[in-house]
Design a protein around this ligand. Sequence first.
Ligand code: 5GP
Length: 115
Amino acid sequence: MAEDTIFARIVRGEVPARIVYRDDEVTAFHDIAPAAPTHILIVPNKTIPTLNDATPADEALLGKLLLTAQRLAREFGIAESGYRLVINCNRDGGQSVYHLHVHLLGGRKMTWPPG
Ligand code: 5GP
């Protein structure tokens, strides 16, 4: 059931996570397997499985995910050194949890292009 991804359970408080921010619309928490010194996931509280499933009604929510990432980058001291935001979509994008999320990665130099 779409509502029962691990991230939906974290949003509902049923599974523990190192939450760094939450409000009525979004929740942010440390990734359990960090790929960088700072690796935070920002998710909408409502379940949107992939970016493909977002609609024009989600426009403000999508903007909020980015502005939350921007603010957390400042709070975690990586705004000036730089960071990368990643949204993986479906199989070829490398998505493994089907609850839309933005990865905030920083604290080291990122390589390009990604693998
Ligand atoms: P995706 O591959 O879907 O873009 O990213 C999923 C991310 O969720 C991965 O970086 C993975 O380490 C993280 N993750 C998976 N399960 C959990 C969990 O139970 N708790 C937390 N905090 N992160 C998780």
